[in-house]
Design a binder for this molecule. Structure first.
Ligand SMILES: *[C@@H]1O[C@H](CO)[C@@H](O)[C@H](O)[C@H]1NC(C)=O
Ligand SMILES: *[C@@H]1O[C@H](CO)[C@@H](O)[C@H](O)[C@H]1NC(C)=O
Length: 340
């Protein structure tokens, strides 16, 4: 029985994860930061391995505490728990400056949140704070405040910095943030490229390509003509007009929606102690009955990408038909004005 459990875990290894408290990947010298290694453990054994720049550290507890950060703490951290594989790296940077733009992560998957903080040395008050992305102001606050982007998209890629007024106006160094795109905007294609005639079968397909696989990612598609919904959210990326009639002329568009589950990171409030307690009790019981328990906290997200396609259909006028042909051949796609 135990062997079976071990085998099951071995076949489906879980990656450990690192959360930071406070949740920023860069800190000032002398500040405090705690890294927490999250992953399945053998009950009663909290042993954790911590690596800094690829070298094992003496720390063997689930949390890695840095009481007063110094240059020696800068670097790439990874961890693993008893029943997990090595986590993705977290790059911790220790700086000395007047103002520091802190980010919750330097690399985020499209749809995940990103938090920014304009943090002054020794927590000094700064006013009239500006956040910049690629040199342009994106937000200003009279009283200093964090900036949260709840759902990132590729437009959030770039270099961020901030400035704030203390005794003088201070400006932070830039921090590069990368948002990894999951799939490009879909393209709506029609099966018919020759002149559309009444009675024709037209298949519309909403095409997109997943750029990266991700567990918990699901795509679905919706088709519209003008403001009318032709096919609501469905996993099928095709829609058929069985016998086109002149009323079917119009502007068609499709939406590709995704729902994404992702692990709650250090951005959210830390898990309370009772949760850890409950977690160990539950894991213990589950092991006794020889069942594998996977606990991950998932959050559902949706985002839409749209694409338009003009389908004119008019059997009467030759001139119009030529236009149709051109339009269909050129496949003039227009990006929908806004995300819904
Ligand atoms: C880890 O590597 C980074 C960059 O390669 C370096 O700046 C840092 O000092 C290293 N940290 C340690 C503890 O060796
Ligand atoms: C999705 O589309 C298929 C084929 O068009 C259809 O058979 C099915 O009922 C649809 N499902 C939903 C939930 O609308």
């Amino acid at each position: 029985m135990w062997l079976l459990t071990v085998l099951l875990l071995w076949v489906d290894p879980t990656k450990a994860g690192i959360t930071l408290q406070p949740p920023w990947v860069s800190v000032f010298q002398e500040e405090t930061v705690t890294l927490q290694c999250v992953g399945p453990r053998v009950p009663g054994n909290s042993a954790t391995l911590w690596f800094l720049n690829g070298t094992a550290t003496p720390t063997s507890t689930p949390s890695y505490s840095i009481a007063s950060a110094s240059d020696r703490d800068s670097g790439e951290y990874r961890c693993r728990t008893g029943l997990s594989v090595l986590s993705d790296p977290v790059q911790l940077e220790v700086r000395r400056d007047w103002l520091l733009l802190q980010v919750s992560s330097r690399v985020v998957m499209e749809g995940e949140p990103l938090a920014l903080r304009c943090h002054a040395w020794k927590n000094k008050q700064v006013y009239n704070v500006f956040y910049y992305q690629n040199g342009k102001v994106i937000k200003s606050f009279n009283r200093n405040s964090d900036l949260t982007i709840p759902k990132t998209n590729i437009n959030h890629n770039g270099i961020y910095h901030c400035s704030g007024m203390g005794r003088n106006r201070y400006t932070s160094a830039g921090v590069s943030v990368t948002v990894k795109e999951l799939f490009p905007a879909p393209v709506l294609k029609a099966s018919v490229t020759s002149p559309l005639l009444e009675g024709n079968l037209v298949t519309l397909s909403c095409e997109t390509k997943l750029l990266r696989q991700r567990p918990g990612l699901q795509l679905s598609f919706a088709f519209y003509m003008g403001s009318k919904t032709l096919q609501g959210r469905n996993t099928s990326s095709e829609y058929q007009i069985l016998a086109a009639r002149s009323e079917d002329s119009g502007l068609y568009w499709c939406e590709c929606l995704f729902s994404l589950s992702f692990s709650v990171s250090g951005l959210q409030s830390p898990t309370p102690v009772w949760f850890h307690f409950l977690f160990y009790v539950v894991v213990g019981i589950m092991f006794l009955v020889d069942t594998v328990l996977c606990v991950t906290i998932w959050k559902e997200l949706k985002r839409k990408k749209k694409w338009n396609l003009e389908i004119p259909l008019d059997s009467a006028h030759e001139k119009k038909r030529q236009e149709q042909e051109e339009q269909l051949q050129n496949r003039v796609h227009r990006q929908a004005p806004q995300e819904a």
